[in-house]
Each structure stands twice: as structure tokens, then as C-alpha cells.
Design a binder for this molecule. Structure first.
Ligand SMILES: [Fe+2]
Length: 368
């Protein structure tokens, strides 16, 4: 079925479990910016998980669908997972997502426009555009001048620029206009698999949506316990979260560890993640989860150490200067992830650390 059968071993194993993969990843060990799309066939239903974004992905989904009737499951509302959701539906399909997506569904581009505005507000013009080398000193000077002369014009300019960026990076956005099922907070239930406790919803008797916030507050993982199959979206990735509006370090750590606990108890044989290839095999899943968690903890401890050495927790620029010039191999590696010309995830990570672990620093920032 997969015309580009690129990873036969993985894809055969997925197929044995009713899973089919569409991915932009070309090489093992590499990632892709656009989320993977998974097709899932269970005994009780068919699903398209994360229709992603872009015209090409939409064509691939339509060309390779192994079923005629299906529902669409969204792990979260980030555009690289959700932008195609309205266009990937069959007329009877339900688009199933977290209750918090309800407040965002008509403004999915907020992930660019609102996030950019918030980052510029929090990091400052120089912090956002300068630290990453996105703009040169003359442009930064000009933007600062506009911001000073007319904050309203500056905000509109920023909104327009982020919309253009969104168009370039994501393409068209198709929010689902009908048949959307927002899971209900009232029906959120305690769930237990292999002695690991989650909160979530039974989509069918063999498929569960688990609340796994952290990467984003509306993040779900989809679990098929009978096949030990976990679709973990963006929960398991290094330097997570990267969402300044809806991300949380504490939640990320909690739910990553919860996934490891379930895997160690023998509950996950296939870990289907969004920006890398799925991990196949119980031992491989455990090793993968441990390595991501270890790296995340190393980053956390390094950032904690740097911040502890800064007397003024409200001086974000000063803290970031220390982070950027830090000597460790880890920070050097981190700084390469998203550079140049793109806001580094490390800025967001430090910002969230200050917000969640150094409240007094954030409070004095807000009062400035
Ligand atoms: Fe995401």
C-alpha cells in the first residue's frame, strides 16, 4: 500500500498491527518538520491520526487511504498536526480532539500569530529577532523605533509578518467545520493500564485517548492496549515543550515518565511518535524513552544551574546571554538545533523554567 516503502522492517511490523505510516522522514535516525500521519485499523474502527499540513501530505493521504470510512484523531492542535484536519475528512468522519481545542479551532493560526506576538513581547525585539540572527541590527533598530512610535502599528505589522510566515511554512489551514467531537471534561475518566494511571476517554472499547499535556495543554496520546500500541504525538521529544503559550515543563516531565512507566511494565510494543520513525519492540521503546528522558533531565539540570547562578531572575536577556555562552557540549548542541534564523527552543525552555520554577522572577518581569 505504501508506494514509498522506505523502511520495510518497521512498516511490516506496523502493518501487522493495523498501522500504516506516511512520513517525510527519508533516513533512519533523522526527523522531519511535518508530523507523521498514521492510519489505524482496529476491530471497531478506522482512523487517520494527525493529517498534518500541506497540499502534498493531503494528496498522499487521499492516495493511500486503506479504508473508505474513518474518523480523524488529533494528538494536539499545533498546525503541523492539525492544519489539514478539515480537508482530510470523509463526509461522515468525526474529528476527535481534546476539549481545549474547542477554544482554538477557529483560530488555529494562533500557533504562529499569537505565539510570535507573545514571544516578541516576552523576549523583546532584540531577543526574538536578534539573538537568533533572524534580523540584522538596522532592521532591529527600525522595528524598535516603530514599536516605540506606535505599538498598535507594530502589533499589526507583527501579525501580518507571522501570517506570511505561517503561509510559507504551513500552507493552507483547513479547520474542520462540522462533525468535530471535542471530548468532554465531564466524561474524563481514571484509566489504568499495567498499573500505570492515566486520565482520559474510551473512544471505543479497544482505543483510548489519554491526557498527556506538557508539549501543549490540549495534547492527547492514543492507546490501543490490546496491541500495546501508543501514538504519543509530540510528547516524547528532546527540549520539550516548545510552546510558550500552552506548554509546561512540569507536565512534560510527568507524562514522559508515565509513558516510561507503562513501557517498563510491558504496556508499549510500538511507540508511534510524530517527528521520528516509530520505535518498534518493547526493549527498544524503553531504551528510547530512557534516552530522551535522560537528555531532557541533563538539559533541565544545566539550565537550572545557569539560572541559579544569575542573581536577577527577572533579567531574561542576562540569563539568555549566560545560556548562549555556556561552555557545555549539551548547550552547544542545543544551539545548533534551530539556528540560524529561527527562534530557538532553548529560549522557550528557559522562559518556561522561570515561569514554573522561579515565580518571583516572572512576577517582577510582569511588573516592569
Ligand atoms: Fe507540536
Amino acid at each position: 500500500m505504501n508506494q514509498d516503502f522506505k523502511f520495510p522492517q518497521i512498516e511490516n511490523c506496523l502493518a501487522e498491527n493495523g498501522v500504516f505510516l506516511i512520513t517525510d522522514i527519508c533516513e533512519e535516525g533523522k526527523g522531519a518538520a511535518i508530523a507523521n500521519t498514521y492510519f489505524l485499523q482496529t476491530d471497531t474502527g478506522n482512523y487517520v491520526i494527525d493529517p498534518a499540513c500541506g497540499k502534498r501530505r493531503l494528496q498522499q493521504i487521499k492516495a493511500r487511504l486503506p479504508f473508505k470510512e474513518y474518523d480523524v484523531l488529533l494528538t494536539h492542535s499545533h498546525l503541523d498536526h492539525s492544519a489539514n484536519s478539515g480537508a482530510a475528512v470523509f463526509f461522515n468522519s468525526q474529528v476527535i480532539c481534546h476539549p481545549l481545542v474547542a477554544g482554538k479551532i477557529n483560530n488555529l493560526q494562533r500557533n504562529y500569530t499569537d505565539v510570535t506576538a507573545k514571544m516578541v513581547r516576552e523576549f523583546g525585539v532584540h531577543g526574538f529577532f536578534g539573538r537568533t540572527g533572524m534580523l540584522g541590527p538596522t532592521m532591529i533598530k527600525l522595528l524598535r523605533w516603530i514599536q516605540k512610535q506606535s505599538p498598535a502599528i507594530f502589533d499589526r505589522l507583527l501579525h501580518a509578518v507571522s501570517l506570511i510566515l505561517c503561509c510559507i511554512k504551513v500552507g493552507s489551514i483547513y479547520p474542520p467545520t462540522r462533525n468535530v467531537t471535542f471530548l468532554s471534561m465531564d466524561q474524563l475518566a481514571d484509566l489504568c493500564f499495567e498499573n500505570s494511571f492515566f486520565r482520559g476517554w474510551a473512544i471505543r472499547e479497544d482505543l483510548f485517548a489519554l491526557e498527556t499535556p506538557g508539549h501543549q495543554d490540549d495534547h492527547l496520546s492514543f492507546y490501543v492496549p490490546g496491541r500495546k500500541l501508543m501514538f504519543a504525538g509530540d510528547l516524547i521529544s528532546f527540549l520539550n515543550p516548545n510552546d510558550i503559550l500552552d506548554g509546561s515543563l512540569k507536565e512534560t516531565h510527568t507524562w514522559m515518565k508515565k509513558m516510561l512507566q507503562l513501557a517498563e511494565a510491558g504496556g508499549i510494543n510500538i511507540l508511534a511518535v510524530s517527528h521520528s520513525l516509530p520505535i518498534v519492540g518493547k526493549d527498544q521503546v524503553i531504551a528510547y524513552l530512557r534516552s530522551v528522558i535522560d537528555k531532557q533531565e541533563e538539559a533541565f539540570n544545566t539550565i537550572a544551574e545557569i539560572i541559579a547562578s544569575c542573581p536577577d531572575k527577572s533579567d531574561f536577556d542576562g540569563i539568555m546571554a549566560k545560556v548562549y555562552s555556556h561552555d557545555s557540549e549539551l548547550i552547544k548542541k542545543i544551539l545548533k538545533i534551530n539556528y540560524p534564523r529561527s527562534i530557538s527552543f532553548i529560549d522557550v525552555y528557559v522562559y518556561l523554567y522561570l515561569k514554573e520554577y522561579c515565580r518571583e522572577g516572572m512576577e517582577s518581569r510582569t511588573n516592569q
